[in-house]
Unconditional design. Structure first.
Length: 122
């Protein structure tokens, strides 16, 4: 009886020591596509995207992150082609009002403006 308890304890300890855990980070699969005006020129919209974005991290829209928000530059008309929920924020660093898009949702209206995003899975 005592030997069995010892073996179970030893096996449990070894399982803990040698267990392989996955990475502390993960990515969504797919791309969040959007339009934006380069340098805020308002002339011709370009298309950008966040491919396979990291989960649970705030991501600023790279094409416009360097432009001050007072200039009214933002990404718009998003399409969440990822397998994760996307929260789109009006300001950089996931601040301000937000809009949530379901995974694999169709292209949204030009009226949806954002400067950063965070992706999550349940």
């Amino acid at each position: 009886m005592r030997l069995r308890t010892t073996l179970v304890t030893l096996a449990s300890a070894l399982a803990l020591v040698f267990s392989v855990s996955g990475p502390a980070y993960a990515n969504a699969r797919g791309t969040l596509a959007y339009n934006y005006y380069p340098e805020g020129n308002g002339e011709a919209a370009e298309t950008g995207g966040m491919p396979n974005p990291r989960l649970n991290e705030c991501l600023n829209v790279p094409e416009i992150a360097h432009i001050h928000s007072d200039e009214g530059v933002f990404a718009f008309a998003p399409q969440n082609g990822t397998d994760a929920q996307a929260a789109l924020y009006a300001e950089l660093d996931c601040k301000g009002a937000s809009v949530s898009l379901d995974p694999n949702s169709p292209r949204q209206s030009d009226d949806i403006h954002f400067r950063s995003a965070k992706f999550t899975k349940n």
